[in-house]
Design a protein around this ligand. Structure first.
Ligand SMILES: O=C(O)CCC(=O)C(=O)O
Length: 199
């Protein structure tokens, strides 16, 4: 497995670690097929007083009671872990040492599906969460920048894992912008901690 720590022109080092071949091609293909069958939802988000569809599909799996609210408007209630997702969670924990209680899936159907600049700082994840982001399918540009800084661009490959270390969500923003290019469906799984729920 190749491990690459990403360096940025603008910060001494980005608070992320990228594993390009976290999964073998065969494992990534199998997981992609599994993820296509997850319970995807088209959620609505409220921004500046307007309700609109989230520009991608979402799903959530995790421990009982680990409900998740983001942007003060999108409420996600976890379904029980599938075997494949809990095995993957444990494998990521074995690699990184970070523990996770939920996984939120994003499905980018075409290049017009996206996620804008944000950080993942919902209080339900606790202080300075580590978040591990697994990518499957079509390769999309991912950008990360220090708050008020310039972005570093890179591409998250099929079967890759990007780990955002504790502190990253306080100091940096990230996004997956829209693209005019023809791209295949991309699935992203973000493994996150959670402070609530039963244990
Ligand atoms: O799709 C990605 O790579 C990023 C997803 C993301 O930023 C999020 O779920 O908060």
């Amino acid at each position: 497995m190749q491990q690459l720590t990403l360096f940025s022109e603008y910060t001494p080092v980005l608070p992320v670690t990228y594993y390009s071949n976290f999964l073998s091609l065969e494992q990534a293909n199998e997981l992609y097929q599994h993820c296509l069958k997850l319970e995807w939802q088209q959620n609505q988000i409220r921004i500046a007083g307007k309700t609109m569809p989230v520009p991608r599909l979402e799903c959530i799996y995790g421990d009982y009671g680990c409900d998740y609210l983001y942007s003060n408007s999108v409420f996600l209630k976890p379904l029980t872990w599938t075997d494949a997702l809990s095995k993957l969670r444990d494998r990521i924990t074995a690699l990184t040492g970070y523990k996770f209680r939920i996984v939120i899936g994003n499905q980018y159907r075409t290049g017009t599906d996206s996620i804008g600049w944000h950080s993942d700082n919902e209080p339900s994840m606790g202080f300075n969460p580590a978040i591990a982001s697994l990518s499957l399918g079509g390769v999309r540009k991912f950008q990360i920048k220090p708050r008020n800084g310039k972005p570093t661009d890179f591409w998250l490959e099929h079967g890759s894992l990007l780990v955002m270390h504790p502190g990253c969500q306080s100091t940096h923003l990230h996004q997956v912008p829209k693209t005019n290019k023809v791209v295949g469906t991309r699935i992203n799984l973000t493994f996150r901690p959670h402070t609530g729920g039963g244990r």
